[in-house]
Design a protein around this ligand. Structure first.
Ligand code: TYD
Ligand code: MG
Length: 473
């Protein structure tokens, strides 16, 4: 048996260090190093250091018969779309999210759906059988043909899943509770999470069943050992949302068998998660028409158009460094838009606190939202509301020019479907532009054209002012 060696492993990126340090050299995370005994035992399949002579690999031509097995669907449309049309046999999927967000609920519902079609096992390492049964009853799924077990030993689970009557889908809730024998680290540490995931995913590949691993995200927004896990699995789905809000989003951030950035929208109800098939109307449901400081963005999440409202508040600041608070969008991007407004359009908000919020708690990452954010800001600063029934989209360049964004047409179609009649948008670029019936599209070439629609005080000839300042100073 090899000598046990102490290493300090970063719980965020998995890098090993010989000595403890306050900060991980590899990823820059603070206070993330944890003492772990390096893999020591001979028995551990995942970490065995012993090398034996190999048998050689078999090479085959690129062209050949492909086994295209049918995918396992859950019957929950929002879930199946995010997985790219169902689970692929032999694949591994990681479902991450904050504790309490609803992962176990989602996966129990998915398990029940799967069980109607294929053999499905739900293995809980966190809850007792009774607890899971109670939840199933509450969800109205007590009669679903799910095979239930509680276990935390990977060796035990592997023994059952390696059998001939193995299930087609195994759900492991959660990977942080699993442990591999022969490793001295506690469950939940990078070494354990990595070794457990490795055993389970390789077995899934070898035996051809699909495995879903549930992972908790730490406060810093990372699954313990996220990078190690993310490249070990075929798909990574994040289940997110504000716990104060009813709706939840399942987002594919990696998918070898489908599109990434695809989202599924759910609502947490008293009897589990309900699908939201028309999310735009949900995110706009509490909108007060004609309020200043709001703008509706015609966005795109994966393959699906989605309308959301940006809300901005601009108020004079007494602070030497005015406040910038952003919820649901990138704060660096907000700083950029404020800078472009100032430098290219002469609109200065530097003496103001600025708050920006995406209604409903959704997180938007598309640069196409720039123009809608700018509109919300200018509207808030001027007190004049954006024209009614108007959606806005376009990416803003540092020059202030508004760039074309992808899929103009499907954005406009979604907006028309929800009763919007006008759009302020970038030129459609190469796509060319046909707009749906009843929709007037006004093209915005430069941010100035947008700002000019609001009664806001502007410095004259902003670019020249910058040059002047240099000359005198
Ligand atoms: P859970 O699935 O246990 O979260 P996770 O596995 O991600 O830790 O979800 C727990 C929360 O969901 C809990 O706060 C209660 C809520 N919930 C409902 O609102 N309705 C329901 O039908 C169920 C089962 C849970
Ligand atoms: Mg849970």
């Amino acid at each position: 048996m090899a000598q046990a060696r102490t290493v300090y492993v970063c719980q965020s990126c998995g890098a090993g260090h010989a000595k403890w340090a306050g900060r991980c050299d590899a990823c820059g995370a603070w206070n993330s190093l944890v003492e772990e005994k390096a893999i020591a035992s001979r028995g551990s399949r995942s970490g065995g250091a012993k090398r034996v002579g190999g048998h050689g690999v078999t090479f085959v031509p690129l062209e050949g018969e492909q086994k295209r097995a049918a995918r396992y669907t859950t019957g929950i449309g929002e879930f199946d779309r995010v997985t790219g049309g169902g689970l692929v046999p032999g694949s591994a999927i990681l479902v991450g999210g904050d504790p309490g967000i609803g992962k176990s609920t989602l996966l129990l519902q998915a398990a029940a759906g799967l069980a109607a079609r294929v053999q499905t096992a739900y293995i809980s390492g966190e809850e007792a059988i009774d607890q899971v049964r109670m939840r199933a009853e509450r969800l109205g799924l007590a009669k679903a043909g799910v095979q239930l077990a509680t276990a935390t030993s990977v060796a035990d689970i592997v023994a059952s899943l390696d059998a001939t009557d193995r299930p087609d889908v195994a759900i492991i809730d959660s990977i942080q509770t699993m442990s591999v024998e022969g490793l001295e680290s506690a469950p939940g540490t990078v070494a354990q999470v990595r070794a457990s995931a490795h055993e389970l995913t390789t077995l899934a590949k070898r035996r051809g069943f699909a495995v879903i691993l549930v992972g908790h995200v730490t406060k810093e927004g990372m699954i313990a050992g996220p990078r190690v896990l993310e490249h070990m699995v075929d798909a990574v789905l994040y289940f997110e949302g504000e716990s104060s809000q009813q709706f939840r989003i399942l987002r594919a951030v990696k998918n070898r068998f489908g599109a990434t950035n695809e989202i599924g929208v759910f609502e947490m109800t008293g009897s589990g998660l309900a699908e939201v098939t028309n999310p735009s109307s949900l995110f706009l449901s509490e909108r007060a028409a004609n309020a200043s400081g709001t703008a509706v963005f015609a966005g795109l999440e994966g393959s699906r158009p989605l309308l959301v409202e940006f809300q901005a508040l601009v108020s004079p600041s007494a602070l030497p460094q005015p406040r910038r608070t952003v919820v649901g969008w990138d704060s660096g991007r907000l700083a950029m838009i404020l800078a472009v407004l100032e430098a290219r359009c002469g609109v200065s908000l530097s003496g103001h606190d600025v708050y920006l919020n995406v209604a409903g708690g959704l997180r938007i990452t598309e640069p196409a939202a720039d123009l809608a954010v700018a509109a919300a800001l200018v509207s808030a600063a001027s007190g004049e509301s954006v024209p009614p029934e108007t959606v806005i989209f376009g990416e803003i360049a540092l020059s202030g020019e508004v760039r074309a964004v992808a899929q103009t047409e499907s954005r406009l179609r979604e907006a028309a479907k929800l009763g919007f009649t006008k759009a302020l948008a970038a030129h459609p670029g190469r796509e060319g532009g046909s707009s749906p019936a009843g929709m007037t599209v006004e093209r915005i070439a430069h941010l100035r054209d947008l700002v000019g629609r609001f009664p806001i005080r502007r410095r004259r000839s902003p670019q020249a002012a910058g040059v002047e300042r240099v000359r005198h100073g």
